[in-house]
Design a binder for this molecule. Sequence first.
Ligand SMILES: [Zn+2]
Ligand SMILES: [Zn+2]
Ligand SMILES: [Zn+2]
Ligand SMILES: [Zn+2]
Length: 476
Amino acid sequence: MAHLFKVDRVRLLCSCGVLKPITAIYFCRHCLKLRCGNCVSHEVDTLFCPNCLENMPSTEARLKKNRCANCFDCPSCCHTLSTRATSIQAPSPEDSNKTVARKVYYLACTSCRWTSRDVGLKDQTVATGGWSEQDNEHYKYLQSLLEHYRSVAQQEKLDRERKRFSHRKSAYLSLTDKYSLPSLLGRKSLTPLSPYAPKGDSSQSLDMTASEATAEVEGLPDEIFTEEVVLSSVTDMEQRMASPEWQPEKTSDLYPLHKHILVKRSLRCRHCEHNLSKPEYNPSSIKFKIQLGAFYHVPEVRMIRQVELKSEVETCVQVSLCNPTPHDMTLAFLPFVPEAYTAMQQKVEEPTDGGSLNTSSMVRVVDIPPEKTDLTPSADVALPQGQVILAARDDTAEYDDQDSISSYKDDPLVVAWRRANKVGINLLVTPKANVSRAKVGFVLRYDYTNTVATASESRTVTLNIPVMVDVGTVSE
Ligand SMILES: [Zn+2]
Ligand SMILES: [Zn+2]
Ligand SMILES: [Zn+2]
Ligand SMILES: [Zn+2]
């Protein structure tokens, strides 16, 4: 049965032309359109460590290379390391002939049993911190590379600003801050200066000689052919790549990894710039201040049971519809015309005003042209005619023992059953010849009662949501 509940069997067509399950779609109450991760702005709200849940300002996070200073991951299996305490006998500070018990700490992995003692790291006398950092032999070279790319990025930015200035057009400023440009290059200070700035400020661009590729590779050491490989002493690719600066080849060279920090994001509609999702600031909270998930606003369509489908044979398929809102909905099913939506896929939506938002944490995701979603149905569907009323959500309904007598006059050929805010609808699906899976499409028309208090707009609007349902495999 599990496959029936797989969310991507039923997908909604987002306003940007991408098919997504309802759980991955947002509903903008201001534009009254579906929005997905592909067509919203992503902003970083909070940076935090997933282990100690400590907040970190973005500048600090950048300095620490987006890693927590106090928490470590196991270099062997990437599980979080925990601190273990033990006591050892150490010479007393007063009298070197006596010994006293002292508490020391080491790091251990509860998942694979790796410990910092395995690789000969000295135990620490304090519970947190104190672990020495590994020195990278290429540190100077990497630093000069960073310096170089910073000046390259600075030049690119200057050029872009200059272009902006000459065109006088509010171009879409993709400030992705590639190589962590210092903030003194902010827009305000740059714009009036940039057209007169000398081309290629040579003091900034260090002379770097580009590395050259060579066909000759160093030979393998002789031992590799003679000595037997002990697999447990060699690291695997994942372990090596977990610390890209060192890439240890032997398990004895593994070193605790600083834990990566995570971010909390908020999502913003690119058209009206209202928030679609905004988490609580506190990292330990899993709640949201704003969460306009489509499953709170759009009737949820689900497949009820798997049916046997045969090529070119009409089969009754049941879908259920659930009303998540506290208002009654009138539903209707309209035919799906793929051509009407393929045009939508080509058009990449322009933001209303690219430069108006001045937030440094803003990450405007570059428009990814939606992958060519195949919108052609591989089965015909006979949709129910007329309208169906979908009752409002009632949180007390589940405590009712007996089904309330339905007050709706339903056509038994269309409505298979009705329970609280859910209704079962019969669709007649006829798979086309020579197809392996039957996919049907329809447009769900429903009345949406907008709870945003705007006096100018009418409260109830009729919306059309294109839906594609993967009904299942077709046997011959
Ligand atoms: Zn919007
Ligand atoms: Zn979208
Ligand atoms: Zn931490
Ligand atoms: Zn481990």
